[in-house]
Design a protein. Sequence first.
Length: 398
Amino acid sequence: MAGPMHGVRVVELGLWVAGPACGGILADWGAEVIKVEPHQGDPFRGLEWLFPGDSNPPFELDNRGKQSVVLDLRSDQGMEVMHMLLEKTDVFITNYRPGGLERLGLDPEALCAQYPKLVYASVTGMSLRGEEANRQAYDIGAFWSRSGLAHALSSNAEAPPIQRGGMGDHMTGLAAAAGVSAALFHREKTGEGQLVETSLMRIGTYMLGWDHNVTAATGEDVAVKGRDEQPNPLINCYKCSDGKWFWMLGLEGERHWPQVVTALDAAEWLEDERFLDIELRMENSSALTALMDSIIAKKSLEEWGLIFDREDVWWAPVQSSLELRNDPQSLAAGCWIKVETSDNSTVEMVATPVDFSISDLAVRDLAPFLGQHTEVVLHGLGIDWDRIEELKELGIIP
């Protein structure tokens, strides 16, 4: 079994995306991840109605390579099995709300005291602390909306931009996986487990850290500006004659200015008093952006790409999902991975975003069916088949 987490056992009590994303990354890295679900399953499974052929590609991404065990944790017998799992577990991941975990006796204080070598990974919306720790959130609430991202990206438009699903969840899951790795490293040296905590609000705040650090330092809000108000028009988006957009990447405004002027065949700008240096171009950014718009609108993206590459103008196309999939560089960068299925075919999926030079990764399987591994995992805990049948009859397992 491949991966740097080979030999690490993870129990995941998660739903929807942020917690399972952490478990999915660790599974890709070679950990044995046991996904504990209620009888009705992770509600994320229910989104298959959105996709053709009863498939659920988003669920597959965050749950491939795991084992699914169904337990009724509201029962004493189900909780007994859960603790048998935890006794043999290195990492416990959960994104259940703190109040629910406390009612189950699976909160950090209880489990870290009972299992001192356990790494407990808490993934929440709002944090384990504060009056709103149990507030419903999702990533669109705690990450996108409340952390300032939607406001910062609104560009003074009437309505805030719409977020795509799982963006904050995936960043939070990645942060949790990093925290788990650090905690396991600490345990390797000291023998001590510990609580690792991250939240969607915390990740959103960090992702917009440039803005928030300015606010923290000055006590003032950061002004949101439209594309015609950017301080440096050389790092902005532009629309071509074929309706396609690109982003110019001239972050170092003075350095890139001569190349842009040459590429746009606008030598007169070098003598224009409005544009003589970067400060003046900032003062007159609306006028310069309008001039650049008028020129760029005369050629297609393909034409501009050839010109920009020839003149060493830094740029990037604004791509759709399908365009990214067909981008040769996305293939070279390892953005996609082929996962073998039970019928010996393969399905292409998005790869998790870290590679290792020695510990080769290999996704073991697609996401499990609900309860697919319940009996096998329980038997591996030492529960005999007669007891497994009893648990079935009691409705503790399916």
